[in-house]
Design a protein around this ligand. Structure first.
Ligand code: ADP
Ligand code: MG
Length: 363
């Protein structure tokens, strides 16, 4: 329910457009999709908007079928149940496994899809929340930190991967970003001039608004996650992804303590880095062809890293990138600051009533 509220809130802002003049004769289709444990809102524009919106839904449902951990027939479930045997994977899962391997390396291990057994031990897979014992976590961490999955191996014209016994993968940290990348292709195929796609914290601002101004994407205030229209600030974006990870998106409380769903693979505990949310922003041309997936992986990983490490990571990537910076950041800190990287300074407006102080990272 919490996720639903946040999603609808963001979407309301996108659609209301903060006073935008909507072109009266531009066709528009808006559909809500409940998939990947998330309330999603797909809004497409132009002559082919209904067909495009439903094709986006089909793409999401198709991916969910392949990637769900709770559907025993999904490819991911078959791989997780394979007890060391090689399993044939389709193109999407194959691409995701390779991307996840890359992000694991680039983030120094913070992003790790092999964290699945630990996510389950906390009850986040089946909504049966509990605090695991240290002994249990110690045992599971050996599986998480041990050798990764093996593949791709070609066998009789098919691609196979295998996991070590007891290992499992969880694509919850990138599946929606990858879905958003696929949606871009669907929108292009349908010649959609503009769209806004909200996959619950993963926003795709495609094209611009009907009046030619950028889409406005609200960044939820993590301290007021249950309140309507409680934003830390608003981003003005065109042809971009903005993906937010935060401990407020999914959590339970026990003994007066809050435990959320983003796990630090070095401890097995929910990350406690001083950040309350991380938003990663990238243009449609970035991320080596998978900008949405990259934003999703990095928002999860940088939330675990904390401010100092996240900014060092951003700086390294800025210097490495050949075509300028591949991504920008909005960090919300526990001590009441919103930290934005310099290129976002003129695209981010702090919500005055939020009480946060805005800091722009020196270039
Ligand atoms: P959300 O799915 O709420 O938008 P994230 O993209 O940050 O948020 O993904 C969190 C999900 O990723 C968790 O629910 C879990 O399935 C998975 N996950 C948790 N910790 C990690 C991690 N360290 N690396 C990769 N995936 C993780
Ligand atoms: Mg993520």
């Amino acid at each position: 329910m919490r996720r639903l509220a946040v999603s609808i809130l963001l979407t309301a802002l996108l659609l209301s457009g903060c006073g935008a003049q909507m072109s009266p004769d531009e066709a528009q289709e808006s559909i809500q999709v409940l998939a990947m444990d998330t309330a999603m809102l797909i809004t497409t524009y132009g002559e082919r908007s209904p067909a495009a919106a439903y094709a986006c839904e089909d793409a999401i449902r198709d991916l969910e079928k392949q990637l769900s951990r709770t559907d025993p027939d999904s490819e991911v479930s078959r791989l997780n149940a394979s007890a060391g045997e090689p399993v044939e994977v389709g193109e999407d899962l194959g691409v995701l496994l390779e991307l996840a391997k890359y992000y694991h390396g680039s983030t120094g291990g913070a992003f790790n899809i092999a964290v699945a057994p630990v996510v389950s031990a906390w009850g986040f897979t089946e909504d049966s929340f509990q605090v695991p014992s240290q002994a249990e976590l110690d045992g599971l961490l050996e599986l998480v930190q041990g050798p990764s999955y093996i593949g791709p191996r070609s066998s009789g014209g098919t691609i196979c991967y295998s996991l070590g016994p007891g290992q499992a993968i969880d694509l919850g940290g990138i599946a929606k970003g990858y879905a958003a990348d696929k949606i871009v292709k669907v929108l292009q195929e349908h010649d959609v001039p503009r769209a806004n796609i909200n996959l619950g914290g993963n926003v795709l601002a495609y094209g611009d608004r009907p009046d030619g101004t950028p889409w406005r994407v609200g960044i939820q205030d993590p301290a007021r996650a249950d309140e309507q229209n409680a934003f830390a600030g608003v981003l003005a974006l065109t042809d971009s992804f903005a993906v937010t990870s935060g401990g407020y998106q999914r959590y339970f409380e026990e003994g007066g303590k809050r435990y959320h769903h983003i796990i630090d693979p070095s401890t097995g505990y929910p990350a406690d880095s001083g950040l309350t949310s991380v938003t990663v922003v990238a243009g449609l041309g970035g991320g080596d062809g998978f900008p949405g997936t990259m934003c999703d992986a990095y928002s999860t990983a940088l939330f675990i890293m904390g401010e100092e490490q996240a900014l060092a990571f951003w700086r390294d990537e800025t210097q490495r990138g050949e075509q300028g910076c591949p991504f920008e950041l909005v960090l919300v800190t526990e001590d009441g600051r919103v930290v934005v990287t310099p290129s976002l300074a003129d695209r981010f407006t702090l919500e005055e009533t939020s009480g946060y102080t805005l800091e722009v990272v020196p270039s």
